[in-house]
Design a protein around this ligand. Structure first.
Ligand SMILES: Nc1ncnc2c1ncn2[C@@H]1O[C@H](COP(=O)(O)OP(=O)(O)OP(=O)(O)O)[C@@H](O)[C@H]1O
Ligand SMILES: [Mg+2]
Length: 466
């Protein structure tokens, strides 16, 4: 078994060809041999039946046993057609009258047909003569003209037939062997040729590297049977390619976003070190540094969260959470910040959502922080929560500049910011919505966004039922 597993496909199919060929050839050879065997036997048997019938006739025409002894040549002539034939005539008490072929040995006792019964194949038995030859034989009573009965035995040794069959057997085996080898060899060649497309695919696949992930296997030049495989392979390349690009983009973005706060820290500190400063100056520097550190810490923490969520290492603690209570809690939490920017938060909610309370709070926090940032002073942000049979939906609605439609498909990507002006500000890392999305994925739900220019922006969190 192990050996077969390690064999190449070509050798495997070649071996199968060989086995099938040897089985077929042996079966056909055996069949032909058997059929020749029984035909020859049948022919011999017919000859035996003919002979015994003839002997009975001759007996009927003989006057008496004494007459046969005196003139046996009718019988001898009838038996002389070939030297494999043995004819024995005996008296009922077993005394030999005539034996045409004594050198082939005498015949053992076999069952005897009555004189008036027609001889047929069923009466023929296989026996061994006293000299060890296999023979087919038939025995019958024969009635003489005088009314006396004699015993007639006709036998035919099978040695000529056996020799013929032996030669035939050898020929059949040689033919089978040669045929098998021919089939196996041509099978091997055919399989090698048939598998050429596979080798071509392998060669194409070998030329695809991390730098050439845009290359695809050529489906037009592959046979039908391999289309599925080639398609699956190409689809895998598509996925790898896009993951690879996202990963490269992601590390580029990460480096870029880490560079800004670190540069700020470095430049500010270097400037401060150029000359001696007052204690107030140092304090101001440290306060500014702390802000940058906080930004870095937040970013690293967000990155860690996203990485863990991607590999679902986040422990989920789902329970029914009251929507009015939870949304009100968020509204209260952001009250201070909202007041500062002159916006109000209102809650319209009923029912419960089946969710992890801490993750839900984190998602809502990110959405409300965004909403506060983009809502003009004097306007109102509303938090809606409702439940239906198929789950719960939370909507965060705020008026504001809106999000241009070209940004919408990318909004949930990491480090994506729609307004270029904010790209390098300390408050914006572009990770908030990515986190919201991964939290929704963890819940088996999704996040959707709708936005009108200078109108309402609506983020919907759609949770499945428990
Ligand atoms: N309510 C909104 N109105 C208008 N634009 C929005 C709104 N919410 C998000 N955006 C746009 O989507 C971008 C991505 O938001 P996201 O929360 O992912 O990042 P961020 O707020 O810039 O940074 P972070 O949340 O990591 O501090 C934002 O930069 C902003 O351009
Ligand atoms: Mg945000």
């Amino acid at each position: 078994m192990k050996l077969i597993q390690h064999m190449s496909l070509t050798s495997r199919i070649g071996l199968l060809f060989f086995l099938v060929a040897i089985l077929t050839f042996s079966a056909v050879g055996t069949y032909l041999y058997r059929s020749l065997f029984s035909q020859l036997e049948y022919r011999d048997d017919q000859e035996l039946i003919g002979k015994i019938t003839l002997m009975r006739h001759l007996a009927e025409e003989s006057a008496s046993i004494a007459a046969i002894r005196a003139n046996p040549h009718y019988f001898l002539d009838a038996a002389a057609s070939h030297d494999r034939l043995i004819v024995m005539l005996k008296e009922v008490d077993g005394k030999l009258i005539l034996h045409t072929n004594p050198d082939q040995g005498s015949l053992p006792v076999i069952s005897v047909l009555p004189a008036d019964m027609t001889a047929d194949q069923r009466a023929i038995t296989l026996l061994w003569t006293s000299s060890g030859l296999a023979a087919r034989a038939i025995a019958s009573k024969g009635k003489l003209n005088s009314g006396e009965q004699i015993l007639i035995v006709v036998a035919r040794t099978a040695s000529d037939r056996m020799e013929l069959l032996k030669a035939y057997r050898i020929e059949v085996w040689i033919a089978a062997l040669v045929g098998t080898l021919l089939v196996a060899f041509s099978g091997y060649l055919l399989v090698r040729r048939g598998l050429r497309p596979l080798r071509l695919i392998a060669a194409q696949a070998r030329s695809i590297t991390a730098h050439r992930l845009d290359k695809r296997l050529d489906i037009a030049s592959t046979p039908q049977e391999l289309h599925d495989m080639v398609q699956a392979f190409n689809a895998m390349l598509d996925r790898l390619d896009s993951s690879f690009q996202r990963l490269s983009q992601f590390s580029a973005d990460l480096a870029h976003d880490l560079r800004t706060p670190i540069n700020n820290l470095m430049v500010q500190t270097q400037v401060a070190l150029v000359q001696a400063r007052s204690v107030e100056d140092y304090q101001a520097l440290l306060i500014s540094n702390v802000e940058e550190y906080e930004r870095l810490a937040r970013m690293v923490e967000s990155m860690l969260f996203l990485a863990r969520a991607e590999h679902t290492h986040v422990v989920m603690n789902k329970s029914p959470v009251s929507l009015p209570e939870e949304l009100q809690r968020i509204a209260d939490y952001f009250e201070g910040l909202a007041e500062e920017t002159g916006v109000r938060i209102v809650v319209h909610a009923q029912g419960k959502v089946y969710a992890d309370a801490i993750l839900l709070r984190r998602a809502l926090g990110n959405l409300v922080a965004n909403a506060i940032r983009y809502t003009p002073a004097g306007e109102v942000i509303s938090l809606h929560g409702e439940t239906r049979i198929d789950g719960a939906t939370i909507r965060i609605v705020n008026p504001g500049p809106g999000i241009a439609s070209e940004h919408i498909p990318h909004l949930f990507e990491r480090f994506y910011r729609a307004d270029a002006a904010r790209t390098n500000t300390a408050s914006s890392a572009g990770l908030g919505l990515a986190i919201v999305q991964s939290i929704m994925v963890l819940h088996g739900g999704k996040v959707a966004v709708r936005s009108a220019k200078d109108g309402l922006t609506v983020f919907s969190l759609i949770f499945p039922a428990k």
